[in-house]
Ligand binder design. Structure first.
Ligand code: ADP
Ligand code: MG
Length: 378
């Protein structure tokens, strides 16, 4: 009689489950030692990560037995991937140039058939473009402030846009192109600012009604079947999603009162001029429910996967309006909003990072689903 096969060998090779993986962290790293190339805006690359964040991510992934490697997400990435042969990539790469840079790495990984975490190409591409994102939300009746995209800068202003207005680059992050001059009070200031954005950032300027109210950011983690793959099924509600506690920005303490500018975002937490924050925010249960509902709908309508953070501000009547969604939210421990939200409810950084890994891996058939019976016992 032949020897009985062990469980691993019973499966075809593609489904064979490995317990420990080689995880490649893919990111773009800030390089403060080298001058920026000519012709880029002064705040270019602000969304890139510090190497310390990569070290924290790797340490977190290694706590569950995986080995890790860091690969810079530049034009050598395809060769490095071929060399390193990771089982899966933990993607936080912002990408380099073009009109949808956050989608570049997911697109490459899709082409090479390499598993990776988080949102796929479309969600990362569209969410970088705040105008397109708002069009999708508006189409499905989610509240956004009135807006208009300026491609040249001298387009006639539409009647529903009343001053003061807010002008920002349509496709940046980390407060790039946002300083106190983003608030414009008349035609002249609007034209100057819109032209400045178009010329400096080489992309459309998004002009929207200025939202004078409180500012919140809401994190979402999960998927309909998250409980089957998470190490912490108890985090997830019946619909498979976890809503992090709402974080309110205390914009009054910023170097730039009321606005979360690039300058404010570049400061250390607790440093002079950095924003304070409250988490969980002190808000009425009704507003909290609304903010969490909006963040989840915003996430779902863009096909965002597993993790996101959505910025929301109140208008002059106190109604929430969606500003933007971050499909690659920052993951610097004790600094990034999502990490502060997790910490506020006692979720450890390591556990947050590992759940993002396992939710991603499960989409690529790298994990056995938990037994449903097992879940009922929890
Ligand atoms: N319509 C608006 N009204 C008032 N403030 C705004 C508006 N849009 C953006 N802001 C301010 O600018 C900051 C950065 O804008 P946001 O769209 O979130 O870009 P980023 O991708 O740089 O985070 C926000 O956190 C908020 O403080
Ligand atoms: Mg933002």
């Amino acid at each position: 009689m032949p020897e009985p096969l062990n469980r691993e060998e019973e499966k075809p090779p593609s489904r064979r489950m490995k317990r420990y993986w080689k995880v490649a962290v893919l990111a773009n790293i800030k390089d403060d030692d080298h001058p920026k190339p000519e012709g880029v805006p002064p705040d270019a690359f602000s969304d890139f990560d510090h190497i310390e964040t990569i070290d924290s991510l790797r340490a977190a992934l290694e706590t569950d037995g995986h080995s890790t490697v860091f690969i810079q997400a530049d034009s050598d990435l395809p060769y490095a991937l071929r060399e390193e042969k990771p089982d899966i990539c933990f993607n936080i790469a912002e990408g380099l140039g073009g009109d949808a840079r956050e989608a570049q790495v997911p697109a490459l990984l899709e082409m090479l058939g390499i598993p990776y975490t988080g949102s796929r190409v479309l969600a990362n591409g569209i969410s970088l473009d705040k105008t397109l994102t708002k069009r999708i939300w508006r189409d499905r009746r989610l509240p956004v402030s009135p807006f208009q995209e300026f491609i040249v800068g001298d387009e006639p202003l539409r009647a529903e846009l009343n001053f003061p207005l807010f002008v920002k680059p349509a496709r940046e992050g980390t407060g790039m192109g946002v300083d106190m001059n983003a608030i414009v009070n008349n035609e002249k200031e609007l034209r100057e600012r819109a032209t400045y954005i178009v010329n400096t950032y080489q992309q459309p300027a998004l002009v929207e009604t200025f939202l004078p109210g409180r500012e919140f950011t809401v994190g979402i983690l999960g998927r309909a079947d998250a409980k089957l793959y998470s190490r912490h099924p108890e985090w997830y509600e019946k619909d498979g999603f976890h809503r992090f506690p709402v974080l309110e920005l205390d914009t009054t303490r910023s170097v730039s009162p009321w606005v979360y500018t690039n300058e404010a975002k570049s400061k250390e937490v607790g440093a002079d001029g950095h924003l304070g924050y409250f988490c969980p925010a002190e808000i009425e249960p009704e507003l909290e429910k609304k903010l969490k509902y909006l963040a989840l709908r915003a996430h779902q309508l863009l096909y965002t996967l597993d993790v996101s953070r959505t910025d929301i501000r109140l208008d002059d009547e106190g109604n929430p309006r969606l500003i933007e969604i971050n499909t690659l939210p920052g993951l610097t421990p004790d600094y990034s909003d999502l990490c502060l939200q997790a910490k506020a409810e006692g979720i450890r950084y390591e556990d947050l990072v590992l759940d993002i890994l396992y939710l991603g891996a499960s989409r690529w058939d790298m994990l056995e689903p938990r037994e449903v019976n097992d879940l009922r016992k929890k």
